[in-house]
Write a protein that binds this ligand. Structure first.
Ligand SMILES: [Zn+2]
Length: 252
């Protein structure tokens, strides 16, 4: 399985046809291009999502789509280099990608989401597509319960040590650890009382939420393996799910 090319962008239409007729499941990585503190690359979220998806694709034989690099990130817009699209645009873009795959026989997808701001649109889309006969399951590496026991809360925030460590593991040349900072996010006046449409600059100046200076490549390798193992497990579950039969039963 290891030597098999699973990246859609690297195979021909003929190979894609063969792959989709053998297995109607695909992995779609989505992310963002947004600030990740002074030490991390702007592409962090889509680069990590793609790398995890490719590794899981190699281990399961499932085809991996090219990553969608822009997401719902306007809350980071005061940081140079952040590129965002509206939530409605993101949702419709992802819908069209999935509908075109459906026409090639893909009925089940695991969306590997690298950016929390995309989740609302993805969940709403997944509900709608289920009614149209496509099963979309959304995976996020940082919400895995295994990580919560391994790292303190302040290392799990946006651009903090865990995410920085993953970058050190996957593309160390893109991380500038000498620029890493620790910053405690400011509280919002409505904390614990109600939802506030917060922007990143309401709470931090550096873009880092928590402690990032404790990041290491070893931590990153550990997180990478945990994240890939969980994703592989999810992909296998989705592969084995008899979604079409379930659809027919529901239609009765
Ligand atoms: Zn991120």
């Amino acid at each position: 399985m290891q030597d098999q090319e699973v990246r859609l962008a690297h195979i021909s239409w003929r190979e894609a046809g063969e792959r989709f007729s053998r297995c109607g499941v695909a992995l779609l990585p989505v992310g963002s291009t947004e600030q990740h503190g002074p030490q991390n690359p702007l592409g962090t979220d889509h680069l990590i999502a793609y790398r995890l998806a490719v590794e899981a694709g190699r281990r399961t034989g499932v085809t991996v789509l090219p990553p969608i690099p822009f997401g719902v990130s306007s809350h980071h817009s005061s940081f140079p280099g952040t590129v965002w699209v509206r939530e409605s645009v993101f949702k419709e873009y992802v819908r069209d990608v999935i509908i075109s795959l459906k026409s090639h026989g893909v009925r089940k997808l695991v969306v590997v989401n690298g950016h929390g701001g995309n989740l609302h649109a993805l969940v709403s889309l997944a509900r709608e597509l289920r009614d149209e006969g496509v099963l979309v399951v959304v995976y996020e590496w940082w919400t895995l319960p295994q990580l919560k026991g391994l790292f303190p809360e302040d290392e799990l925030g946006h651009a903090a040590a865990v995410e920085t460590s993953l970058n050190l593991c996957i593309h160390p040349e893109a991380v500038k650890m000498e620029a890493a900072v620790d910053e405690k996010p400011a509280k919002l006046p409505t904390d614990g009382l109600g939802y506030f449409p917060e922007r990143t600059d309401d709470r931090v100046r550096s873009g880092v939420f928590g402690t990032s200076t404790t990041a290491t490549r070893e931590k990153g390798a550990r997180v990478f393996e945990i994240a890939v193992e969980a994703l592989v497990k999810l992909v296998e579950e989705v592969k084995n799910l008899e979604f079409e039969r379930q659809q027919r039963a529901e239609a009765r």
